[in-house]
Design a protein around this ligand. Structure first.
Ligand code: IMP
Length: 432
């Protein structure tokens, strides 16, 4: 095994930080391949809680090379802040490498993200307002500024001049916002450049070299399958490719480099921001939805927003298995369900009298889809101490077996608490 991808199988926030941190011990490289500081990966270890937005979750291990790949959009101010916080905590960021081809989030991207959301009003996407969408828009329209532009002030200036002609017009004439001068941005970004320079590298080359010499490379996804620009619940999606294919384009490796694709899902499901959500539960006081929110700590790592909670949706997971080519499922937060009498799992949808076993392609059907549930008995006891599958109560084992049958993919890792150790490694061979 050499190339392992971890992707969110739901709408993000499945616990990718914890699982990456857990598996990273066996890796040589941990690579972020898409998204930006819209992500929030929480790692809890030995009583310490780390919240990472841009830096790969393998950073805690000194033997690992953490890599930010070309598919990521980088806000250099946020990246440097995160590096400073880690250093202050005694965690070295010396080995961090940043792709010279990654695009930069500029101040006007943040302004435009907020302004376009305000303009959409009730139809807003509910973005994190970190400038992610506008940065990817500039990348696609070939107006983007890349990390390598920081290494040449003349190129940076020329590219900014071209970009600001359009951006200032939009900021001022469409949104009535203040504009930027080339000088002020060049001054700010050249300060960042001084500090980032030692970390800038041709990361695709480096990752391919590592794979050729049988090193283990872990591709850490951000967000989740249903937030994918192509395969998600468009337009309520992010602007990158959080599915497994994104690991290839966002890191610069071919598909044959990928040996195993882990899809991570909570034992229930959550979503932040707007958009359809068939198994969503009401969150009134005393409801199951509220119980999941509180017990699961379902508040965004990046924005603090309360996440919408619902029952596990097997249709979504089957879809995630398909579009990512999942080889394994990782189920997190099983402990959050421990107090429930019964647990529902969505096995199909119903719309206008028709049953849908697969995710419907048409948005109207998905928006109005009614979940068809199967109800399973709860286990009604604490499972945080379980470290093997056999130690789990029968009802919890049956629940996992049910999810496995539904997905037709083995559940290889199960998380029963937030700490690195609170995990059942069912089908995971440690590196020899
Ligand atoms: P953006 O990525 O900030 O453009 O936001 C687009 C959509 O993706 C919004 O619904 C966000 O709430 C959602 N989103 C972005 N990043 C994350 C994440 O890390 N976890 C969960 N949802 C996210």
């Amino acid at each position: 095994m050499a190339g392992i991808v971890l992707v969110g199988a739901q709408w993000g926030d499945e616990g990718k930080g914890k699982i990456t941190d857990l598996l990273a011990d066996d890796m040589d490289l941990v690579v972020r391949f898409q998204g930006g500081n819209n992500a929030g990966h929480t790692i809890i270890h030995g009583g310490r809680t780390l919240k990472l937005h841009l830096i790969p979750s393998g950073i805690l291990y000194p033997h690992i090379t953490p890599v930010i790949g070309n598919g990521v959009v980088i806000d250099p101010k946020v990246l440097l802040q995160e590096m400073d916080e880690l250093e202050a905590d005694g965690i070295t960021t010396r080995r961090l490498l940043i792709s010279c081809n990654a695009h930069l989030i500029m101040p006007y991207h943040r302004d435009l993200d907020g302004a376009s959301e305000r303009r959409l009003g009730g139809n807003e996407i509910g973005t994190t307002r970190r400038g992610i969408g506008p940065a990817y828009m500039d990348k696609a329209s070939r107006l983007g500024i890349r990390v390598q532009d920081l290494t040449d002030v003349h190129i940076l200036r020329k590219k900014l001049e071209a970009a600001l002609v359009e951006k200032n017009d939009v900021l001022e004439k469409i949104y009535g916002l203040p504009t930027y001068t080339v000088d002020e941005i060049v001054d700010e970004y050249m300060e960042y450049a001084k500090r980032l320079q030692p970390h800038i590298a041709d990361t695709s080359h480096l990752i391919n070299r590592a794979l050729r010499s049988d090193q283990w490379v872990f591709f850490e996804g951000a967000q989740g399958t249903l937030l994918d620009l192509d395969h998600g619940t468009y337009p309520f999606v992010t602007s990158s490719s959080p599915t497994a294919g994104g690991a290839c384009t966002g890191a610069g490796v071919g598909p044959k480099a990928i040996d195993r694709v882990l899809g991570i899902a909570k034992a229930y499901i959550t979503r932040v921001g707007s958009g359809p959500f068939p198994t969503e539960l009401p969150s009134d006081p005393g409801s199951i939805g509220e119980h999941l929110t509180q017990k699961g700590g379902e508040f965004g790592t990046t924005t603090g927003r309360q996440r919408r909670c619902g029952w596990y949706d097997g249709v979504i997971i089957r879809y995630a298995v398909q579009v990512n080519g999942l080889t394994d499922l990782v189920i997190t937060k099983l402990d959050v369900l421990s107090e429930l009498d019964t647990i529902k799992v969505c096995v199909a949808y119903e719309y206008e009298g028709k049953r849908y076993n697969e995710l419907p392609c048409h948005q109207t059907v998905f928006h109005h889809a009614k979940p068809i549930y199967e109800e399973l008995p709860g286990w009604k006891c604490n499972i945080d101490h379980c470290r093997t599958f056999e130690e789990l109560p029968k009802e919890a084992r049956d629940y996992i077996a049910f999810l496995e049958d539904l997905a037709e993919v083995p559940v290889s890792i199960i998380a029963v608490g937030p700490d690195r150790d609170e995990t059942i490694m069912r089908r995971w061979e440690r590196r020899a």
